[in-house]
Design a protein around this ligand. Structure first.
Ligand code: PEP
Length: 261
């Protein structure tokens, strides 16, 4: 599957989202968000931080009055019930949470997440009023087998099953090659741009060109203060999902600056 370049970048919102993963106690989270706040004030792009459940209250409180969006890193597909250890989408919105990451490769790899459960979680998140950052991406073996395009297209199509064109406006897709996450090994700008282009083509096939032109596609995988500008210069890369570098305020702010229009 070949990528194509979609040139209408000015039609869509650039969003930089941090994924704090399983890091920071509530006190540490407060310190981190307080460090980020002044550095991203007046940013020319959307800024989101996705944090552990136990940090949400502290980060929501600290982010009040700023334009920083706050997100969780997962949610369950049921609204309530016998699912020990899980957190539902309505629980998140009841706190004021606006975003949720769904289908991160760490969830798929370590916690048995499948394209089908990703789709169910997206349904629940949308029904509760959340914005979704959906993660898709291939392993190194899959890239070497030459199936990246087909795989990412399939992940995207299954995840978006039952999502309306109106609801699509509350979804961002992050292309995250698994081999680049937390490894320091970034995809080249060309590789990132190509797969983000494939994702946009899939969205165009499902929802039409206008919806695809307005749709935000992020790259994620060892994006940092040094390589961000190069990656974000690609026509189809509209932002980033940032792991490690989102824990360092100066580095995160540098990436936000690179994405600001
Ligand atoms: C991520 O967790 O989504 C991620 C991209 O991590 P890192 O930036 O550390 O590779």
């Amino acid at each position: 599957m070949k990528g194509e370049k979609h040139m209408n970048k000015e039609l869509r919102k650039a969003v930089i989202a941090g994924n704090w993963k399983m890091n920071k106690t509530p006190d540490e989270a407060k310190e981190l968000i307080e460090g980020i706040k002044p550095l991203v004030k007046g940013a020319g792009c959307g800024v989101v931080v996705c944090v552990p459940y136990v940090d949400l209250a502290a980060v929501l409180e600290a982010a009040k009055g700023t334009s920083i969006g706050v997100g969780a890193e997962n949610c369950h597909w049921a609204n309530s019930g016998a699912f020990t250890g899980e957190v539902s989408a309505p629980m998140l919105t009841s706190m004021g949470v606006q975003y949720v990451i769904i289908g991160h490769s760490e969830r798929r790899t370590y916690f048995g997440e499948t394209d089908e459960t990703v789709n169910k979680r997206i349904r629940a998140a949308l029904d509760a009023g959340l914005n979704v950052i959906l993660c898709v991406g291939e392993s190194l073996a899959q890239r070497e087998q030459g199936v990246t395009g087909e795989l990412v297209a399939m992940q995207t199509k299954i995840a978006l099953g039952g999502v309306s064109k109106e609801e699509l406006k509350r979804i961002i897709i992050a292309y995250e090659p698994i081999w680049a996450i937390g490894t320091g090994k970034t995809a080249t700008a060309q590789q990132a741009g190509e797969v983000c282009g494939i994702i946009r083509s899939v969205v165009a096939g499902l929802y039409g060109k206008d919806a695809a032109d307005a749709f935000t596609v992020q790259y994620g995988g060892s994006m940092n203060a040094k390589n961000a500008a190069d990656l974000l210069a690609q026509p189809d890369v509209d932002g980033g999902l940032i792991g490690g570098a989102s824990l360092k305020p100066a580095d995160f702010a540098e990436i936000v600056k690179a994405a600001s229009k």
